[in-house]
Design a protein around this ligand. Structure first.
Ligand SMILES: Nc1ncnc2c1ncn2[C@@H]1O[C@H](COP(=O)(O)OP(=O)(O)OP(=O)(O)O)[C@@H](O)[C@H]1O
Ligand SMILES: [Mg+2]
Length: 257
């Protein structure tokens, strides 16, 4: 996820005059994320990504899908420079992140917030401390933490639960353990102007949300579809036809319907 910020070191050129927001967003600002023919070959020769080119604009909501091992995590990790591409460029807000000094990388990671599936809450710390700790890990200052934690908790409807412990969160609040709860949170975050990229295997959720879908297969982009579904319509048609054939006891060559 890329946070929208008004002042940050990654901005490519200073904005001197204020322009109407929609013009600024649409015409003069580079995409928040751009990959140019990015290839990642892991030691041992495993190909993580192969010639991946894509752009994500500010404020978009994108699902990144594809079978296990297709390169989703590799792609996300290239955005925060946890992985450096073997070839190609990753640009964040128009800037090639390969040229960032190591000192600037924590700043990049604060801007591109990533939440991995295996993220765990600390059970013996309050809600407030859990969020504060997560911010501390990515190098936020104390004053930033003091300012941001209440905002974040308000956003997810937990403003009155700061002193509670993780196991006391249930009932009327968004349940971060369900994919619906997670989607609601991400949707709200997106509504504040933040770009959201969700890596998922949750077909039902992708089909319900009808957002842009980027599909990888063996490290390559095989589909990039606006308002898409988990699998392309072609694929679902083929899958449907296959099931019908199976149920009707037809062989693979005969038309199913
Ligand atoms: N550290 C590594 N060393 C060698 N090969 C790796 C490494 N990390 C990933 N790979 C390989 O790169 C390819 C892409 O892996 P990646 O983890 O990006 O897939 P993924 O789409 O995130 O899969 P999943 O849906 O299971 O999370 C796979 O073939 C994987 O085996
Ligand atoms: Mg993965």
């Amino acid at each position: 996820m890329a946070r929208r910020q008004t002042s940050d070191a990654l901005r490519t050129r200073p904005r001197t005059t204020r322009r109407p927001e929609h013009l600024t967003e649409q015409r003069s600002r580079p995409p928040i994320v751009e990959l140019r023919r990015v290839t990642k070959v892991y030691p041992g020769g495993h190909v993580g990504l192969e010639h991946v080119s894509l752009r994500v604009d500010r404020g978009e909501f994108v699902f990144l899908v594809g079978p296990t091992g297709c390169g989703k995590t590799t792609l996300i990790k290239t955005l925060i420079r946890e992985i450096r591409p073997t070839e190609g460029e990753v640009l964040i807000a128009g800037r090639d992140i390969a040229s960032l000094s190591d000192k600037k990388v924590p700043q990049l990671r604060r801007r591109i917030g990533t939440v991995f599936q295996d993220y765990k809450l600390l059970p013996n710390r309050s809600v407030y401390d859990n969020v504060a700790y997560a911010l501390q890990v990515i190098g936020a200052s104390r004053s930033e933490i003091r300012k941001k934690v209440p905002d974040a908790l308000r956003l997810v409807g937990l403003a009155d639960k700061v002193k509670n412990y993780p196991d006391q969160l249930s009932g009327g609040n968004l349940d971060p353990n369900t994919s619906i709860g997670i989607m609601q949170v991400l949707y709200r975050i997106n509504r504040t102007g933040t770009t959201v990229v969700v890596v998922t295997h949750d077909r039902e959720m992708v089909d319900k949300m009808r957002r842009r879908v980027i599909q990888l297969d063996s490290g390559r982009v095989v589909r990039d579809q606006a308002a898409g579904t988990y699998t392309s319509d072609d694929e679902s048609t083929r899958e449907f036809a296959r099931r019908v054939r199976e149920e009707m006891g037809l062989d693979d060559e005969s038309p199913a319907y």
